[in-house]
Design a protein around this ligand. Sequence first.
Ligand SMILES: Nc1ncnc2c1ncn2[C@@H]1O[C@H](COP(=O)(O)OP(=O)(O)O)[C@@H](O)[C@H]1O
Ligand SMILES: [Mg+2]
Length: 261
Amino acid sequence: MNPVTDKIAIEAASLGLGYPGSTQPVLEGVDLSVAKGEFLTILGPSGCGKSTLLRAIADLLPPLSGRLSVLGKPAAEARRQREVGFVFQEATLLPWRTVRENVCLPLQVGKSRVAKSVQSRADHWLELVGLADLSDRYPNQLSGGQRQRVSIARALQCEPDILLMDEPFGALDEITRDRLNDELLAIWRRTHTTILFVTHSITEAIYLGGRVLVLAANPGRCQALLDLTSLKDANGICRRESAQAQETAAQLRQLLRDGGA
Ligand SMILES: Nc1ncnc2c1ncn2[C@@H]1O[C@H](COP(=O)(O)OP(=O)(O)O)[C@@H](O)[C@H]1O
Ligand SMILES: [Mg+2]
């Protein structure tokens, strides 16, 4: 094993991404290295390619050019080994299954009955996201925030090394979002999962991330990568209202303005 590459979760070099049939690539020349256990937040104007980047890492889209490796191997292999989990903006739950049954789903495909061990693992993750009491409910009996928690529990059920989150809290009210941010940080600290988290909220990007990647549009590219560790206290908590956090927010706002043109 190589001690350096062994610590890297995601590595992109001159990566170009785009969709079949369109002449212009969405993202070009992406160079990015994400360490194992890192929490990276991603900001960028609408349509610049944030979701596209996550899709490529999840092997839902093949690279057009350059190199992408996920846990030291091609993205397809990491996906086959269920090392990458995905949480989307809208919780994609099956309405005819209870909360617990939805969480069991990734480990149940192809089997008619859910093993007891899978169920107890589902209960463990539901407890961690604060839904232990609601595990027998159906998705339409939950609030938006609760549905998103189910999605997170379902992604964690496979214990992925990498968790990709695409604006997972974008549709939630601010109080719920703040609470889920704290829960997510607690889960991240406990599980050491590498997290890539796309958001439109500068505040959320600063609060959650150890680093923040800013993507720009036209052409889609990496514009800046900021280290946020100096904003966090010894417990890794960021005081949103601190002068330094405000300054970083202003800097990010300017970067987003520059990159949106
Ligand atoms: N399935 C697709 N086929 C063709 N073009 C797409 C597809 N999905 C997204 N795009 C285009 O790729 C660009 C980047 O999209 P996306 O990654 O979703 O942006 P973001 O998540 O940053 O808002 C946009 O111009 C969008 O229109
Ligand atoms: Mg998107």
